[in-house]
Design a protein around this ligand. Structure first.
Ligand SMILES: [Zn+2]
Length: 151
């Protein structure tokens, strides 16, 4: 007698013996086949592993676009002439528009009002840029506007 039939008879004896109650016997067979009531997915329980995971945040959400002043939380001030000079043309003294600076409307309006305030206070020139600030690293390139011209 080989070993395999021996093992089979032992398993049959264990499972089918009268010592094990009929209900448990049913669950053993049922769990093997996958038809037992115990194996059914509980729909009301969100912890069941087949359920989709609920995320706190939308993973496809686009990153918030902010202008450079909002990004670093800078409030332009008429006394901060070096910063305000960045938004002024070194050739004509003209204040660059929003299509060049890339600022949001609120900050652009604030920059323009602070520049005129500084000019009226005598801190900034009207027609040129202060020579000391001409070679400062630029925040934007006036030759390549971030948005097309409005005209
Ligand atoms: Zn902004």
């Amino acid at each position: 007698m080989s070993l395999l039939p021996k093992i089979r008879t032992i398993i049959n004896n264990v499972i089918c013996s009268s010592n094990i109650p009929l209900g448990i016997r049913g669950t053993i067979y049922g769990s093997v086949r996958g038809f037992s009531k115990d194996n059914e997915i509980d729909i009301t329980n969100p912890q069941t592993e087949d359920f989709p995971i609920e995320l706190d945040k939308n993973p496809y959400e686009k990153p918030k676009i902010q202008c450079i002043l909002c990004k670093h939380n800078i409030n332009p001030d008429y006394k901060n002439v070096r910063l305000l000079s960045q938004f002024q043309s070194s050739y004509t003294g003209r204040i660059y528009g929003r299509h060049i600076t890339g600022l949001c409307a609120r900050k652009q309006k604030l920059v323009e009002s602070e520049i005129t305030k500084a000019q009226n206070a005598g801190l900034m020139p009207y027609m040129t840029k202060i020579i000391d600030f001409v070679n400062d690293p630029q925040l934007f390139n006036p030759d390549h506007p971030s948005r097309p011209h409005s005209y």
